[in-house]
Design a protein around this ligand. Structure first.
Ligand code: OXD
Ligand code: MN
Length: 595
């Protein structure tokens, strides 16, 4: 299995704490998968789906109080509180180990502890990081098998003295009052207890690939970002790679798997996917940033996914997929809201209760069949538009960054920053307005810098500083853009059709990277010149496009106030360059007085 003494000792230590009945080292084999599935089907942890219609697919329900990431129970445990910063919850390492330790203690009695060795990124790539997750959940093992390179090959690569992230997960009682998701960046350690929800328990994903990796990246000189990676091939056959950060509910997975509209397809455009959630990037000798997707699967939101909105995701999830918290139909297939076709006459809902369309609860609210945050876990290799080089250990060169949010009024469809420093400011001021599907007040602005607010493993003021410093080392930096697919008109309607049509905007971005597209300067950056976006086959009046690209000084004056308040929270630690950009933007609007 392994000759790594540190690993063996750590497994022993954790077993002494959690006291499992058995310890199983996972080898990642097909036989192991079959054995574990069989066990999980027998206990009801998983339900086997209709194997004729959905071969290799399984179904899982989480506890009803355990359906999403719990940001308020997620902590960065650094020795000094300032190092976690004002946007993270903080706990001292001593308190973290003690509080979580008390919940872990004896919690695996009567259960098996699985040792899951995994590599984020291709095994052996200089980009990759090895982790070992200990978990008492077969669901976790089977998900990690899809989402990471997992098994004996990782132990072989780790060798006798290789470094690894120590990731301990226990379901415990799945009681929300006994749930903690703790990152100890200074110890390269993660402890997650009391949850069974993917984002809290697939520790290679948010916990390692973003929180721990952002911390390690800053120490080692690379970037770990909450970004999709997509390749756009133009009619001349030139491929350009773009990485994009979006908060949740902004269509990130759809953008990563975009299908070109007919008119652009006919011209020869093609889109390939490298990743839909996370990008790890390094500076190479050519002075460019090269990115890999450290994951091997997609853990995507199901409702709203259908053959129209995301045919590639639909095709990917027809086999070897784990569905969590969707509705279960009597024929052993699955259903969700805003999927394809009419709802079934009856089904079991995501909680396992009898369900039929139109059912309401005691308050008269519609009961959904699937939970709004129900998920698929599916192998990236099955995606029809996966790039042939998606696992290239060297990664792909990034030409542009996209920052995006859901802004009903403020941000135009697309704009380009003036330079790297301004681009970092654009990323740092990213925000999204809450939709009906999210908690909080409708329309309320949630600032989410680089979509990393819940995922940055250290003080975000230092994170902005690190982005600024990285720019200085890049002789050929990506150009930085902001996009907003969600601008509404006076009637609250969305004039921009989004989805595949977003390729028109990406095409303008690619052309800007090649100095092949016209732009106009505004106070916030460059917007497409009239006619610069390819509108062939799409009928949107020039007047509407003009509005989609317009910049309103009044709206920006309001936003600047909100930005100032947000940045003030970082105190002296905020880099001066960020305030410099804030003042410059104010000045460009002629608002000198409102600084
Ligand atoms: C997220 C996710 O919450 O990718 O960002 O699941
Ligand atoms: Mn994400």
């Amino acid at each position: 299995m392994t000759g790594n003494i540190k690993l063996k000792n750590w497994v022993k230590e954790c077993a002494e704490l959690c006291q499992p009945d058995n310890i199983v080292w996972c080898d990642g084999s097909e036989a192991e998968k079959e054995r574990l599935e069989k066990q999980a089907f027998a206990t009801g942890e998983l339900i086997q789906l209709n194997q004729e219609k959905l071969p290799g697919c399984a179904y899982h329900r989480t506890a009803t109080n355990d359906v999403a990431r719990t940001e308020h129970l997620t902590f960065i445990c650094t020795r000094r509180k300032e190092d976690a910063g004002p946007t993270n919850n903080w706990m001292s390492p001593e308190e973290g180990y003690e509080r979580a330790g008390a919940i872990f203690r004896g919690s695996m009695r009567g259960r098996t502890m699985y040792v899951i060795p995994f590599s984020m990124g291709p095994i052996g790539s200089p980009f990759s990081k090895i982790g070992v997750e200990l978990s008492d959940s077969i669901y976790v093992v089977l998900n990690m098998r899809i989402m990471t390179n997992m098994g004996q090959a990782v132990l072989n690569a780790l060798g006798t003295d290789g470094k690894f992230t120590k990731a301990l997960h226990g379901k415990a009682e799945r009681d929300i009052n006994k749930r903690l998701i703790l990152q100890f960046p200074e110890d390269n350690t993660i402890w997650s207890v009391g949850s069974g929800y993917g984002g809290n328990v697939l520790l290679g994903k948010k916990c390692l690939s973003l929180r721990i990796a952002s911390y390690l990246g800053r120490q080692e000189g690379w970037l770990a970002e909450h970004m999709l990676i997509v390749g756009i091939q133009d009619p001349q056959g030139r491929m350009t790679y773009i990485a994009g950060a979006f908060p949740s509910a902004c269509g990130k997975t759809n953008l990563a798997m975009l299908v070109p509209p007919e008119a652009l397809k006919a011209k020869g455009f093609k889109v390939v996917t490298i990743g839909d959630d996370i990008a790890w990037m390094r500076i190479k000798e050519d002075g460019r940033l090269w990115a890999v997707n450290p994951e091997t699967g997609f853990f995507g939101v199901v409702p709203g996914t259908n053959w129209q909105t995301n045919p590639n995701a639909m095709a990917t999830t027809q086999k070897n997929t784990i569905y969590t918290n969707v509705a279960l139909k009597p024929d052993g297939t699955v259903w969700w809201e805003d999927g394809d076709g009419p709802p079934p006459a009856e089904a079991q809902d995501w909680q396992g209760n009898y369900w039929r369309p139109g059912m309401t609860d005691e308050d008269g609210k519609t009961v959904t069949g699937a939970h709004p945050n129900s998920r698929f876990t599916t192998p990236a290799s099955q995606c029809p538009c996966i790039a042939p080089n998606w696992q290239d250990p060297e990664g792909v060169p990034i030409s542009a960054f996209l920052f995006g949010g859901r802004r009903a009024r403020l941000a135009p469809l697309v704009y380009q920053s003036f330079n790297w420093q301004h681009g970092v400011f654009v990323g740092a001021t990213m925000a999204s307005e809450r939709t009906a599907a999210q908690y909080g007040k409708l329309g309320e602005v949630r600032r989410d810098p680089m979509a990393m607010l819940p995922f940055c493993g250290y003080n975000m003021a230092d994170y902005f500083g690190y982005w600024l410093a990285t720019g200085k080392k890049l002789t050929n930096p990506p150009k930085i853009f902001h996009v907003n697919w969600f601008r509404t008109d006076e009637r609250g309607k969305l004039p921009w059709p989004g989805f595949g049509e977003n390729l028109r905007v990406l095409d303008w971005i690619v052309k800007r990277c090649r100095d092949e597209a016209a732009a106009e300067e505004t106070p916030i950056g460059y917007v497409p010149a009239p006619g610069a976006i390819d509108m062939s086959g799409l009928d949107i009046p020039a007047k509407v496009m003009e509005k989609l690209l317009s910049v309103s000084p009044d709206d920006w004056a309001d936003d600047l106030k909100n930005i100032k308040e947000f940045f003030t929270g970082f105190g002296d630690r905020l880099p001066g360059e960020i305030w410099e950009e804030y003042r410059a933007l104010n000045d460009r609007f002629g608002n000198g007085a409102s600084r």
